[in-house]
Design a binder for this molecule. Structure first.
Ligand code: 8YV
Length: 322
């Protein structure tokens, strides 16, 4: 196209990303960073050639089926795309892309952060200190659990699962087991062994870390039954998507001491967190920070732009998911 493509960017993105967007496109930025309403998303589909969206934009079938429509591409800023109705996008001939690879290490780092925070009771300790309730060192104060040589069970051995395995095995000498429906070729250096079933993984793990995508098949994969398979002294970590874990069942397991602890970065109904989790000491709750480094967020934005460039040049975008 000879004129500059019109692109709506649904959230405020890091400055280098917004600069490149305005250099390349006739861009509508969102410097106020207010989440767009469904009506505003429909308007964007009608008025722009492409959108850069994020996890906070629920693109359902009604929005994607709007007619007449101008947008041919939704370039998602993020690797997960469960907030986009992919079947509806495909049915309406809308190309959807994501940003794989560029946020792997930072998300893996956050999973390890949560694992250590729960195992070493770091959140609990910080809360106690800030509340002025720390009366001084004691030999039995806030005793946690050693992670060195513990068993880590990874549910979903994709890029991020493998990056977590590498850190756990090489950094902490952990035994790594995993459950992954489709076979994956893994480096020997990960020292990871496949489990035949999820139940086997849950029963053997000191820490279970979730790294599978949110799909209809993985919704509430970790429900009350799955939680009952976990060891009572085990820890659950979720940096993938909230939908994979039944939050109410998890809150109950943590409240009754059926499960030792959990570290969560994602929730079923963000930004709402199940009230049963909020006053528990044995859960660490972070506000969806997995890829929240300057480096990842700039790389994610650049990757979304690259996908738009491919599309507007008439090429198949490099990270096409539909
Ligand atoms: C992002 C994520 O923060 O990439 C993903 O799937 O969950 C996070 O890294 C979020 O999706 C941004 O839209």
């Amino acid at each position: 196209m000879s004129r500059r493509p019109r692109v709506v960017v649904t959230r405020h993105l890091p400055d280098p990303v917004e600069r490149r967007i305005t250099d390349l496109f006739d861009a509508e930025l969102n410097r106020a960073d207010m989440q767009l309403s469904p009506v505003q998303l429909v308007e964007a589909m009608r008025s722009a050639d492409g959108l850069i969206t994020t996890v906070t934009d629920g693109l359902d079938a009604a929005i994607l089926a709007v007619h007449p429509r101008r947008a041919g591409i939704v370039a998602n800023f993020g690797v997960g795309f469960n907030h986009i109705d992919i079947a509806a996008a495909t049915a309406n001939g809308i190309v959807v892309t994501n940003t794989p690879g560029v946020l792997t290490d930072d998300t893996a780092d956050l999973a390890i952060t949560l694992m250590l925070m729960v195992a070493r009771r770091a959140g609990e300790g910080e809360r106690r200190l800030r509340a002025g309730a720390w009366t001084g060192w004691r030999p039995t104060q806030l005793l946690g659990t050693r992670m060195t040589s513990a068993t880590l069970g990874i549910v979903g051995m994709g890029r991020i699962g493998q990056a977590v395995a590498r850190r756990a095995h090489q950094g902490f000498g952990m035994r790594v087991i995993y459950h992954q429906p489709n076979p994956v070729a893994l480096d020997d250096e990960l020292g990871a062994t496949a489990c035949a079933s999820l139940e086997e993984l849950l029963a053997q793990s000191d820490v279970v870390s979730i790294h599978c995508p949110a799909t209809s098949a993985t919704r509430h994969l970790i429900d009350a039954t799955a939680l009952a398979h976990m060891r009572p002294d085990a820890i659950l970590v979720n940096t993938a998507r909230g939908d994979v874990v039944d939050e109410a069942a998890l809150a109950e397991s943590l409240r009754t001491g059926r499960l030792r602890g959990a570290g969560l970065d994602v929730y079923e109904d963000e930004p709402h967190v199940h009230p049963g989790l909020l006053d528990l000491e044995n859960v660490v709750l972070l506000p969806h920070l997995g890829s929240a480094t300057q480096q990842s967020r700039v790389a994610m934005g650049m990757r979304a732009i690259d996908n738009l460039i491919d599309f507007f040049a008439g090429q198949d975008p490099r990270d096409r998911v539909t």
